[in-house]
Design a protein. Sequence first.
Length: 302
Amino acid sequence: MYAPILLFVYNRPEHTRRVIESLQTNVEAIESRLFIYADQVRNEADRPNVDEVRRYIRSIGGFKQVTLIERSENWGLARNIIDGVSTQVNAYGRVIVLEDDLVVSPYFLRFMNDALETYKDEERVGHIQACDFTKDPSLPDTFLIKWTGSWGWATWARAWRHFNPDGKALLAQLEERRLTHTFDFNGNYPFTRMLRRQIAGKNNSWAIRWNASLFLAGILSLNVGKSLVQNTGFDGTGTNCGGGGLYASDLWMHPLPVVPISPIAENQEARRAFARYYHRTNGFWAKAIRRIKRTLRGDFGA
């Protein structure tokens, strides 16, 4: 049985069309159930695009079954994803999750389903992530790491039960166990700050809470060194994506075999590669230079 695909959309018709068309290039699509969660308008300015997205998704074919969940009020991405994943992972035992600003390789579904099957009984692996933005040539094709990415991912019901939506409780555990520095890739990326901002209501990230939940439980993610996903949302259309090409990825257009990793342990070289990447792209001078370049271009956004 192929895992159901959960796609979360809102007001970006062209992005939605691209992710659907890329999924349809996967031969497994015709055997896969697709659940599309379409959020309702947040404000009247968004209505034309929200309506266009809804017209488009009602016409989609090429999958075993397409089920539309059209919200009657605005839920926001975090509430939508938490509810959608909880509902479908409990119904099917496993899910593949996408947002509307992603494009996938023709071999994305094969990889995700192979990985879900390979690690289905491995309690120490709770997440699969198919996007690589580091472009670090030292990374192996697949590796285990104590970090969860949110761009084209999958999980099982047994792992999702660890999800804790209470950011305050997660932060308290990180601080009590003195894990904030490690959680932040040795201080090279402000994941703890993201969690504090979520608690303060300055962001509404479900992903930082999922990341912290598995990190605290000591559960690993299977990641890729060759990206089967691209994020196309850094074009100013997204709510939670800033500008710049920091997280651009090269789409791998070939099969990516899932070879069982043994022993089940974090790849320390991969962790160092991520720390190097974040140090290079999120250090003080890197941020200052990007800000200057954006200002010179007349871009005063994120």
